[in-house]
Ligand binder design. Sequence first.
Ligand code: SF4
Length: 620
Amino acid sequence: MKAAYELRDYQKSLVEFIVDSLKTRGGAAIEAPTGSGKTLTGLVAAITYARDSGKKILYLTRTNSQQEQVIKELRILAPESGLKAVPIQGRHNLCPLYQEIEQGDSFSSDSLSRFCNGRKKKVREGDQNACRFFNSRVNSKENMDKIFSEIPTAEEFLMYGLESEICPYESLKLAASKADIAIAPYAFFLNPDVAERFLSRWGVAREDLVIVLDEAHNLPDLAREVSSFTISINSINLAEKEALEFGDAELQERFRATDFCETLRNGILDLSRDMLKGQDEVRIRFADLVEYSSIGAGIKMDQFWSYAALFHIFGDNITTRKEDMGRIPRSHVLSLASRVLSWKASEEEGYVAILNSENNGTVEAFCLEPTGILQSLRMSRTIHMSGTLEPFQIYKNITGFTEIATRKVSSIFPEENKLVLYYDGISTKYDSFDDREALNMRNQIQDIVRSTGKKALIFFTSYNIMNRIIDIGFDIEYLAETKAKSQGDLMSMLNRFRKENLPMLAVMGGRLSEGINFPGNELQVVVLAGIPYPRPGARQKALYSYYQSVYGKGWEYAVTFPVVIKMRQAIGRLIRSESDTGVAVILDQRATYFKKYIPEMRLSRNPAADASQFFINKSH
Ligand code: SF4
C-alpha cells in the first residue's frame, strides 16, 4: 500500500500486532486513547490483512458521526489501495418512498423488504408510478462511479437520491455487491435476518470477512438490546385495533382475536396489581404471564398457546391483505403473536422475565447473555477498537470473544497536560443525596466553571439528578441536553457550545458522552457529577446474580465494568492532541473505589482552585 497517510510509530506497531493476531488468534481487541487515530489504524490493519488473504471488510459503527469519521479516512485509503468502499443502511433510513407515505411510524425490516419487493415488481410490470425512485439510473455507470469515487455517507447519498429521484437504498445495495469494504451500523448487522440477506447479496461468507468493531465497548449492551423484547399494554391495544379493522377472526368457537388481546392485557394488568406494589420493576417467572392470562380468561395453558399460534396465522393474513392494498405489510397482530411465541422459548435461552410499570404495564424478556447473538460475528475475523475496553478479560468473557489477543496503548500525549481530580465532600448515593448534597453539588459545579473560565461539559448520572440541580438554579448561563431534544436541536446546541463559552449539562452514557469530537480548546473541563452506577432494579439484580453464578464476580461484571467505561469515556473527551490541556473533576466520594482503573486521579479538597491553578501553570 502506498503511503497517502503517515502512520506514527506506535500505529505501525499496532497494525503489525493486529495483522498478526488476525492470522493467529482470529482477532484483536485494542484499547487506545481518544485522538490516537484508532479508525485509521484499524482500517490499515484490516486492509493489509484482507488484501493478503482475499477477504472483505465490514466496518461497524454505532452513530452517524462515527460513520463519517470512517468514510473520511476511507476517502484517502480506498483509492490508494484500489479498494471500493460503500456505506450500507437499512430501508428505514434509505427508502424515500417509505419516508413519504408512512412518516413517523416504525416498521420491521421484514415488512419494509416485502413492501419494497412489491413496488419493484409493479415497476417491472410497467407501472412506473409504483416507485418513481426505482428506475434505470439506479444501476447506471454514472451512479456507481459516483458512489465509488466520492464515497458519500449514507445521509449524503440519501439527499442525492431525493434530489435526483434515484433510490439510495437500491443504489448502495447494488454497489455493495461490487465493494471490498462496507460500512454499516451495528443495529443493521446484529439483526440476524438482515445480516444474512446482506451477506448473500454481497456474496461473502462470514468466514471470508474481517469485521472492525468501532467503539467496541458498546457491544455487550447493543447485543442485549437487540436480543431483548417487550410485550406492553400499548402494543396489545394496537394489535386489538388492527384485529377489529381486519374482521376480528374467530380463533376458535366463541374466542376471537380481540379476546386473545383482552386475555393478555388482563394478564399483565393483574400481574402489575399483584406484583409491582409501587415498585418500578420486578422479576417474575416466565410462566406467570401465561398463568395469569389463562386463569383470568378461564382457559387452560395449552389452550393459551394454541390461541397464540392461531393469532399468529391471523397476523400473517393481515400482512398479506395489507400488501395487496399497497400498504406497508406490517401487522401489529403478527408482531405481538411472534413476541408471545418467543416468550415461551426465552426461559431456556439466558433470558429473565421482568415486569415494569412503563406504558401502563410491560413485560420484558431481558437478555442476560449477549454471547448468543454475537456468535455469528465470531465466525469472522474481528478487530475490536475502543478507548475503554479494560479489564480485557471481562470484555472477552461478556462478549464471548475469549480467544482474541489484546493490547492497550497507554497515553500518547504528555501526561502533564491532563489533571484528574476527585472531591470526596459529596455522595450521590441514592439514600444520602438530599437537598443539602444537591446544593453542595450545584456550588461545586458553579465554582469550577467560574474559576477556570474554560469550556466545560458537566456530566450527570441521570436526567433526574440533572433536573434536580437545574431546579435549584444556577447563577451562570448554561446549555442543557434534555431527553426530549431532537437531533436537530442537539446539533444547534452543540454549535452554540462551540461558539460561545457556556457550560453544557449532559448525562453520562447519553448522546454527548461519546462519538462527538471537541478538538483543541472546544472542551477543557469535564465534571462528572456523581458515579454512573447502573439503575438499581430487577434487571440489574438479575445481571449481577447471573455473572455471580457464572464467574463468581457479579459486582465486577455487572457494575464495575460498565461504570468504569462510562467514567473513562467522559474523561476521554478532554485530550485529543499533543497540545490539548484539560481538567476532569469527579464529584463523588465513591470515586476512590475506581482508583485501580483511573490511577491518575487524585484527591482535591478544593477542585475549583486546583483546576484553575492547573490552567494558570499551563499558561506560563
Ligand atoms: S425501490 Fe427504493 S424507494 Fe422504492 S420502495 Fe424500494 S427502497 Fe423504497
